[in-house]
Design a protein around this ligand. Structure first.
Ligand SMILES: N[C@@H](CCC(=O)N[C@@H](CS)C(=O)NCC(=O)O)C(=O)O
Length: 256
């Protein structure tokens, strides 16, 4: 008798950077999964979890949240194409870098959405995001229109941005993140000096490239650093052309 595999469902808005991390773990591991778009206005699709945070991953009858935990859970259940190294010291290094991605790299994306460096660019970027969200769960026209201003007020975004050092300018912040990224690469070729991509690379990759692939207008990008572009190309070779959760037709570019 053939073994029935439990179904895997990833619930999120397509634009959530934390969900994009989990999408890359699934894609790297070549696991079949269904992406279930969550309507950000009522979170109806995750009501069964009795909480509001995405991403949520459901495997068979079980569900869990928190992107990094979800990576570890996937590695436990599906050990082929591991995303965590075997040695304890390497595991600790990878988890530390993943923490840096969740707590430093991702919040700075939200900072740019709140603190507009260039109003025209920020409004156009916000509309691009609302188009991707609305493509998955249709939103009323006025919500789409007001999206760039709505993002500025979303409580989880406001709280995340408050925790950052806002006295540091955005160009200085980008330069620091580039420096820290290169330090985390160490002797490479992958983050933490690993010889194969790990959870840390798969967490960072969609964050580094999504603006570029979606055709966002971004000044001061991590991709302005040649070592980060080289690293992105290495990670890209292990993933499908579209590493994001938005459909191909909404991407402006497929490569670096
Ligand atoms: N620690 C979580 C953070 C997830 C998170 O902040 N998700 C945001 C969307 S990007 C969210 O669900 N915000 C709505 C809320 O928390 O009510 C993870 O790594 O998954």
């Amino acid at each position: 008798m053939s073994e029935v595999k439990p179904s895997i469902q990833l619930f999120s808005y397509p634009t959530s950077p934390y969900a994009q991390k989990v999408g890359c773990y699934l894609k790297y591991k070549q696991l079949d999964y269904k992406f279930v778009a969550v309507n950000p206005l009522n979170n109806a699709e995750i009501r069964f979890t009795r909480q509001r945070q995405v991403p949520v991953l459901q495997i068979g009858e079980q569900w869990r949240k928190d992107s990094s935990e979800l990576g570890l859970w996937l590695d436990e259940l599906y050990p082929q194409k591991p995303i965590m190294p075997v040695e304890q010291a390497d595991r600790a290094k990878v988890l530390l870098i993943d923490r840096w991605i969740s707590d430093s790299l991702i919040p700075t994306i939200f900072r740019r959405a709140v603190e507009w460096e260039n109003s025209v660019d920020s409004i156009l970027n916000g509309w691009k995001l609302s188009r991707a969200v609305s493509d998955a769960t249709p939103l009323p026209r006025y919500v789409r229109l007001m999206w760039p201003w709505g993002i500025k007020r979303a409580p989880f975004i406001v709280n995340m941005v408050k925790a950052l050092d806002l006295t540091e300018s955005i160009p200085a912040m980008t330069a620091r993140l580039q420096r820290e990224f290169v330090e985390h690469l160490g002797s490479g070729p992958y983050l933490g000096g690993q010889s194969e991509p790990s959870l840390a690379d798969l967490s960072a990759y969609p964050i580094v490239v999504s603006g570029h692939l979606m055709g966002m207008r971004v000044k001061n990008s991590l991709l302005d650093h040649p070592a980060i572009v080289d690293w992105s190309r290495r990670v890209q070779s292990h993933l499908p052309d579209n590493p994001l959760l938005v459909p191909d037709r909404l991407l402006m570019r497929t490569h670096l």
